[in-house]
Every structure is written in C-alpha cells, then in structure tokens.
Design a protein around this ligand. Structure first.
Ligand code: SF4
Length: 487
C-alpha cells in the first residue's frame, strides 16, 4: 500500500463545485437580498464572493476573497451597494487563482453601457478563444474563462446587449449558467446542454435568478421554474422575455449535483435532492447489501443516502461520526504533526455507537481516497469490528471539465485501482459503489435512452457530452498570466 498523497489537513477530499450565482431585479434592497442568497449558496464556493448593483445611473461593486459572512456583514458595505438590481457570485478558487482580479462578478464598460457578469461553469474552448482574442489586441485583466465572454461581447457586431451575448455564447463551448446585469435588464443564460443549474423565482414583485432553490427559500421567495437548457431570459421593466438562440439544446444536466454538489433542501430539475439521495441509498442497499449491525453516514453529504440505505436494509441508522463545522482551512499551519490531527478535528468517531459493531459506512464519493483512509482508521480505532464502505455513485475515474475542480486523472483513486485495490488502499472489509444504472434509476432516468431524461455522467463513464476543444487541440493549460500575485 502506498502512502496517501499530501493534502491539507482539513481538505475533505471532495470534488468542489466552483461557483454559485444569485441575481435580483426590481427590489429596493437588492444588495441585502443578494447577500442572503449568496449565504445560502456558500457550499458552492468558499474562495471569494462579490456583488455588483445598479442604481439607475451608477454600478456599485464589492468583491473580496473569503466567505460571504466575512465580507458582507457590515452595514457600511451593504449600504454602499445601492440599487434596485444586483448580481452576486461565490467562487471556489483553484490553486494559483485565488486573487482579487479573478473574483466575480466581472464588470466592464461597453459602447452600450455597463455590464456585470457572473458565471457558474467552465468553458472548454476558452484558451483557444483567448489566444485568438489576444492576437487581435484584446487585453485580459483576469485569468478567468468568463473574461473571454466579456471580450466576445465587446467585439460583437450586433447592436443590443442581448444579441451581443447570444453572439458571444454561440462561439463558446462548455458549461455555463450565467447571469448578467446591464443598464436595463437582468439576464440569465443556460448552456445548450443545461449542465449547471439555474432557477427563476419571484419575491414581492421582484424577479430572482439563482443556482439553487435553497436561496429562494431563505428569502421567502417563490420558485417559478428552471431556466431551460439553451434559454436566455431577459428580465426588465417590461417583464420576462425568453429567447432560444442556440441550435442543439438536448439536456445533459450534471448528475453529480444530486449526489453531492446541491444542498439537500434544494429542488433541481424538478427533483428534491434529499429524496434522490435517499433513493440512491436504497439502490445501494439493493445492489450491494451486506451483513452488518448499523448504518453510519460520513457527515454531512452521506446522511440522506445512509437514511435510504438503512430503511431499505432494515438496519439501525446511527450517528457514528461527528463533524465539526467550525474548522477552517486557515485555522492552523499544516505541519506534519497537525496533519495527523487534521481529520480528527473535522471528523471525530462516536465510540458510543461504534464499539463492537459491524458497520456499513456511507459516503457520497471517493476522489483521492485520502479522507476515506483516515476515517476508516478512525472508526476502527473507536471499536468498529467490521467496516463495509458503500459509495453513493460509481467510481470517479475521470476528471470534470465543466466547472468542477477535480484532481488530474492520475490523482483519482478509481483511475489507478480496481474496486478490490481501492478497498485494500483505504483499509475496509468490503467496498462497493452504486452502479451507473442504479444512479440513473435513483434520478428517474434510464441511461442513453431517448425516452428518459439524460445526464452528464462523464466523471464516471468518460463519456463527455460537450467537446473538450482546448484539450483536444493541445491548448489546455492553467497558466494564463505572466503576473504572479499573492493572496
Ligand atoms: Fe457533473 Fe461529473 Fe459531468 Fe462534471 S463530469 S458535469 S461533475 S457529471
């Protein structure tokens, strides 16, 4: 068994959603509502947060590294963000990109006026387009793919902001759920495959666009509908207009949103995330049940699946691991000694429920295997006599290129080992993953069946529904700037 690779002691070894977006039009208190919306979406990105408002004459912006609560809690910040319309963005910054110039919403002044843009997703031809734009003389200020769209809008020959956006987005490939704020409109767009979520809601005559319904719930707003794949919605004083400027709009929503990314209290694409996770647990139990005494979730994301598994298996559900929600990545320095303690500070075994028990341990996924290895060691140390791990999705053997931070393939445990090898690596008595067909059953689908809803499942199957232009053309690279900046 090789030693686990280095990870930060508080890294929970998950795939990380890179962004959440929130926008509101027609509310006198737009900045405060956007702040609350971003709070609800904090799980989608913890690296930075930003809000841009428009008061009818001027735009106002506040963008910071760190959490929403750390940067938008003071009245002076909120009061400065005047206006009846606002958009906001949470971002999970990947290594080397945690710099203020990359914090969204991006804002630019065009011939037609101002425009702020917030983007959830990832373009797969942004490097190719960026190289072309730089050769034409465009000057880039950030290293985000979103800025490519800004330049495509600026150089578009069309007259209106919406026509320019449609023209720009017809030139990009990839996943994008995007909101934009212009002088007269809030605009929302989903890419033609609808990979990332975007929903429409209303509150006291104001209209909201946001990544998840949980952000509507905390405001008391009403869910209206999902923005559809390939749809542009334009919200202004005339009401809501829907446009469909893209050609191929067959839906391939990210199936991992149900497994892990979305909050369990959200509804995405018409389904309750919590109910889907319980069905995932029931499918797991039917597919790979095992003799055991109790079912234990790895909190928090394994909880709903563990409830579903326990009910189906008719086994007791027990809280065998307690998670400390207050541990931050910058709490202490990652020295060798502290690295050992790190997982225990975030997760601690509850010996009272584990001692002498054969446990089924439910987690949502295994990425590098680092946290799973330590948690298994921890529950054995607390007295569990057998540990049977069950995972709420198929093995994650491929990287995501559609807006999720994934390690390169050589770091993914499932790309390096078969299931038996993975079980050996993390030290369990048995290990099983939900099958891809089981996952489709849990979301009410049937894989590659035109009669049923279809999803992106590329991180499990390697079947990428949107071409990876930069990778295929050899232009995929992370280093996009000559400037090195400190955090
Ligand atoms: Fe979601 Fe995986 Fe597809 Fe990425 S590759 S969009 S994480 S299903």
């Amino acid at each position: 068994m090789t030693a686990p690779p280095f990870t930060h002691p508080f890294d929970d070894d998950k795939l990380h959603e890179e962004c959440g977006v929130f926008g509101i039009f027609g509310h006198h208190d737009s900045a405060a509502h956007t702040t609350l919306g971003l709070h609800a979406l904090q799980h989608r990105g913890q690296g930075s947060a930003g809000i841009v408002t428009f008061d009818g004459t001027h735009y106002h912006s506040h963008r910071s590294l760190g959490l929403v609560g750390d940067n938008f809690s003071s009245a002076s910040v909120i009061n400065r963000l005047k206006g009846h319309a606002a958009i906001g963005h949470n971002r999970y910054a990947t290594t080397g990109e945690t710099v203020l110039r990359n914090v969204q919403p991006l804002f630019a002044e065009f011939a037609f006026g101002g425009l702020a843009i917030a983007h959830n997703g990832n373009l797969t031809n942004s490097v190719t387009l960026r190289d072309r734009l730089v050769k034409r003389g465009c000057l880039f200020q950030s290293t985000t793919d979103t800025e490519v769209i800004v330049h495509l809008i600026a150089t578009s020959p069309h007259a209106t902001v919406v026509d320019r956006m449609a023209d720009a987005l017809n030139q990009v490939t990839g996943a994008f759920s995007m909101i934009a704020l212009s002088n007269d409109s809030l605009i929302g767009v989903r890419d033609p495959k609808g990979v990332r979520p975007l929903v429409l809601g209303i509150l006291e005559g104001a209209t909201i666009l946001t990544s998840e319904t949980c952000a509507l719930d905390i405001l008391g707003a009403e869910f209206v509908r999902d923005v559809e794949p390939g749809e542009i919605v334009v919200i202004n004083d005339d009401g809501i207009t829907s446009l469909r400027p893209f050609r191929d709009t067959s839906s391939r929503f990210c199936i991992f949103e149900y497994v892990y990314f979305s909050r369990p209290d959200s509804h995405v694409e018409g389904l309750s995330v919590y109910e889907v996770r319980k069905r995932i647990g029931a499918e797991l139990s039917r597919e790979s049940g095992v003799d055991a005494d109790i079912v234990v979730p790895v909190p928090d994301s394994g909880v709903a699946s563990a409830i579903g598994y326990a009910r189906e298996a008719e086994l007791p559900f027990e809280i065998g691991i307690i998670r400390n929600h207050y541990v931050g990545r910058t709490f202490i320095e990652p020295t060798d000694q502290i690295r050992h303690l790190g997982v225990k500070l975030k997760h601690n075994a509850n010996a009272a429920s584990l001692t002498g028990k054969r446990i089924v341990l439910i987690d949502d996924s295994i990425v590098r295997g680092t946290t799973a290895t330590k948690i298994v060691e921890m529950v054995r140390g607390a007295g569990a006599t057998e540990v049977h791990m069950r995972i709420a999705c198929p093995p994650t053997a491929h990287s995501c290129f559609y807006g999720v931070d994934t390690p390169s393939r050589d770091k993914l445990l499932a790309a390096q080992h078969d299931v038996a090898g993975m079980a050996d690596y993390i030290g369990v008595d048995s290990l099983a993953f939900l099958s891809i067909d089981g996952l489709y059953r849990a979301v009410g689908g049937h894989r590659r069946n035109d009669e049923a809803p279809q999803y992106c499942d590329a991180c499990f199957t390697g079947d990428y529904p949107i071409p990876l232009i930069d990778r295929e053309g050899g232009t995929d690279r992370r280093q996009l700037s000559l400037l090195s900046e400190s955090e």
